[in-house]
Design a protein around this ligand. Structure first.
Ligand code: ZN
Length: 360
C-alpha cells in the first residue's frame, strides 16, 4: 500500500507491506489523519526522542534504522476483522481510536512504532477494544480532530479548575486551541490567549477565547493580572497577603508553545500562587530560575496525552457540536503531499491542521 514513510531521517513516498490484523485487531482504511506538531518534532528530533524515551521508560520505542509510518490523529473505516474479534463494528463503520494497538509482541503506539504503521498510509490495524464509532454523521476530518482535542481536554481536566480561576493560554497552535476549546466547555471565564500570529489569534477567538492578545503589542501577563485583580486590591499591602480585603482570582497558565525559555518567561509574568500547566512539548534542555517559582509559590505541572475516557469525550464534544473543529482544518493532502505539508505547517498564517487523505 502507498504510504508517506519516515526513512533515514526523511519523508519519502513508497509502497510498504500491507498490514495484517492479528488477534483482536481490525484492518481499517484511513479516511483522514491530521499532521501533528509531534510528527514535525519527530522529523527533526527522532534520535533525541528515542534516546529520551529510553532514559524515561527504559524502552527504546522506535528503531530509526527501520521504516516508521507516522499518523496518530485519524478517522478510519472498518475493512476486515482479524481473528478473535467480536465484529462489534460492521464493515464500513467509521471509527476513531486511541493510537495504541495490542500485538503479540506487546502494545505499540500507532504512528510511532515500527510494527504499527499510522495514518499516513492507506490502511492500518487497530485494536477492536479501543475503537469507537463516529456518531452523528460527523465528518471524517472533524472526527480525526478527536486526538488533538483530547490532548487539550486532558490538560484542562488535569488543571483541576475552579470557576474562580482566570486561565491564560500561551501559544495558539493546535494544542493551545484545543485547550481553549476545553476551557470554554468548562465554563471558566474570561479565557485569555496570546499568540504572535494574527491568524492564530483569530482561531483562538473562534474556539472560545474571550480576550486574545498580541505579545508584540503588550504583555499578556499584565492584561491577565488586570483581569484577575479586583478593585481595591493592593499587592504591596502586607495585609492583602494575609487574606484581608479584596483578593485576586487564582491564575492558571497553560504553556502551549514548547520552546526553551517559555517556562521562565511564565515564571516572570506569573502572579503569586499561579498554577502552570505545561502542555507544549519541548525536546530541548531548558533553564528556569527556581527563585521565581519559590517566591511566587508557583505550582508547576506537566501533562501528556489523555485517558481513553477523555478521548471518547473529545469525540462526543465534536459530534455534539460543543467544539466546531472545521476552522482548524486548513489543508488536505494525499501521501505525496505530506513532505510539503510538513514545511507548510511552519507558517502559522497559512495553516493550523493539515489532513492527510491517503486514499486520494
Ligand atoms: Zn498529536
Amino acid at each position: 500500500m502507498r504510504a508517506a514513510v519516515f526513512r533515514g531521517g526523511e519523508l519519502v513516498v513508497d509502497d510498504v507491506a500491507e498490514p495484517v490484523p492479528g488477534k483482536g485487531q481490525v484492518l481499517v482504511k484511513t479516511l483522514a489523519c491530521g499532521i501533528c506538531g509531534s510528527d514535525l518534532h519527530a522529523l527533526h528530533y527522532a534520535p533525541r526522542m528515542v534516546e529520551a524515551s529510553r532514559r524515561v521508560s527504559g524502552r527504546p520505542g522506535m528503531d530509526l534504522a527501520q521504516d516508521i509510518v507516522f499518523g496518530h490523529e485519524f478517522c478510519a473505516e472498518v475493512i476486515e476483522h482479524g481473528p478473535g474479534t467480536d465484529k462489534r463494528h460492521k464493515v464500513g463503520t467509521r471509527v476513531c481510536s486511541v493510537p495504541v494497538t495490542f500485538t503479540a509482541a506487546g502494545s505499540a503506539t500507532v504512528g510511532y512504532s515500527n510494527i504499527a504503521p499510522g495514518g499516513y498510509a492507506e490502511r492500518m490495524v487497530l485494536s477492536e477494544g479501543l475503537m469507537i464509532e463516529v456518531p452523528n454523521g460527523l465528518s471524517d476530518e472533524q472526527a480525526a480532530l478527536t486526538e488533538p482535542m483530547a490532548v487539550g481536554w486532558h490538560a484542562v481536566e488535569r488543571a483541576r479548575l475552579t470557576p474562580n480561576d482566570v486561565p491564560l493560554v500561551i501559544g495558539c497552535g493546535p494544542v493551545g486551541l484545543a485547550v481553549i476549546a476545553g476551557l470554554r466547555i468548562k465554563g471558566v471565564h474570561p479565557i485569555l490567549a496570546a499568540d504572535f500570529s494574527p491568524a492564530r489569534r483569530r482561531l483562538a477567538e473562534t474556539m472560545g477565547a474571550d480576550i486574545v492578545l498580541d505579545p508584540a503589542e503588550h504583555s499578556p501577563y499584565t492584561r491577565w493580572q488586570d483581569e484577575a485583580t479586583p478593585e481595591g486590591f493592593d499587592p504591596e499591602n502586607p495585609l492583602a497577603r494575609l487574606g484581608v480585603g479584596p483578593q485576586r482570582r487564582p491564575g492558571v497558565v497553560f504553556e502551549c508553545v514548547g520552546v526553551p525559555g517559555i517556562i521562565q518567561q511564565i515564571f516572570e509574568g506569573a502572579m503569586r500562587n499561579t498554577r502552570v500547566v505545561v502542555v507544549g512539548v519541548n525536546m530541548e534542555s531548558d533553564t528556569i530560575e527556581p527563585f521565581f517559582g519559590i517566591t511566587k509559590e508557583i505550582d508547576l505541572q506537566f501533562v501528556l496525552g489523555y485517558t481513553p475516557q477523555e478521548f471518547a469525550l473529545a469525540l462526543h464534544h465534536l459530534a455534539e457540536g460543543k467544539i466546531d473543529g472545521a476552522p482548524l482544518v486548513t489543508g488536505k493532502v494525499g501521501v505525496e503531499g505530506v513532505k510539503q505539508a510538513f514545511q507548510d505547517l511552519a507558517n502559522p498564517e497559512a495553516h493550523a491542521k493539515i489532513m492527510v487523505e491517503p486514499w486520494r
